[in-house]
Design a protein around this ligand. Structure first.
Ligand code: E4P
Length: 217
């Protein structure tokens, strides 16, 4: 499963990129606001740090303006992936961009039927928001299972990008279902390494090592 960092924080992206764990980045207007940076400038910087897809979201609601925004955004770098909302205008924009060879991430997906539409519109990625789905009394992971089943039934090539990931269990469940990608905040990605027995094991080994009186260097 590919890991995308869900952030526009350059320091976090650089740090995670050094681990070799990051296959791409997702941003949205809220994350750009949080970064305090100019949208175009920060997107360009992110595209220079990671080789994989970097999602940059349009903010227009109509197809014509979405296309103009997308045209500006895709000129930033070859690895820009245009993010469009799951609306009819968004899907129309998805089809036009896909036919033109541009990667598209269809975002704000909350139903399997919406995911079906995105695949039919040729989306590169579909982004179901599991955390927000859970928050509203639905089962986010059931949504991922349903989309996996439908995409496999028809051999759609659209990749399932599990978004709005809040904790390690979301990551584990997404991997077990066979999602193609998950995007999570840096804190969640770093947290995946933690295990109390790992910490305890290191502590025990170091204590015994000190008792040997030896040094490797
Ligand atoms: C990813 O593309 C989404 O923008 C993001 O995962 C949304 O997450 P949130 O629900 O935590 O804002």
């Amino acid at each position: 499963m590919k890991f995308f960092a869900d952030t526009a924080d350059i320091a976090d992206i650089r740090d995670l990129a050094e681990t070799g764990l990051i296959d791409g980045v997702t941003t949205n207007p809220s994350l750009i606001h949080k970064s305090g940076r100019d949208f175009i400038e920060v997107t360009k910087e992110i595209c220079g740090i990671v080789d994989g897809p970097v999602s940059a979201e349009v903010v227009a609601l109509d197809h014509e303006t979405m296309m103009k925004e997308a045209d500006k955004l895709r000129k930033i770098a070859d690895n820009v992936c245009i993010k469009v909302p799951l609306t009819l205008d968004g899907l129309k924009t998805c089809r036009a961009l896909t036919d033109d060879g541009t990667m598209v991430n269809v975002t704000l997906c909350f139903s399997a039927n919406q995911a079906l539409l995105a695949a039919k519109a040729g989306a590169t990625f579909i982004s179901p928001f599991v955390g927000r789905h859970d928050d509203n009394g639905f089962d986010g992971m059931q949504l991922i299972e349903d989309i996996r089943l439908i995409y496999d039934n028809y051999a759609f090539e659209t990749e399932i990008l599990v978004a709005s990931v809040r904790h390690a269990t979301h990551v584990l469940q997404a991997a077990k279902i066979g999602a193609d990608v998950m995007t999570a905040p840096p804190k969640v990605i770093r947290g995946l390494v933690n295990h109390v027995l790992t910490d305890k094991g290191i502590e025990g080994f170091l204590k015994d090592w000190q008792s040997t009186g030896q040094s490797i260097l």
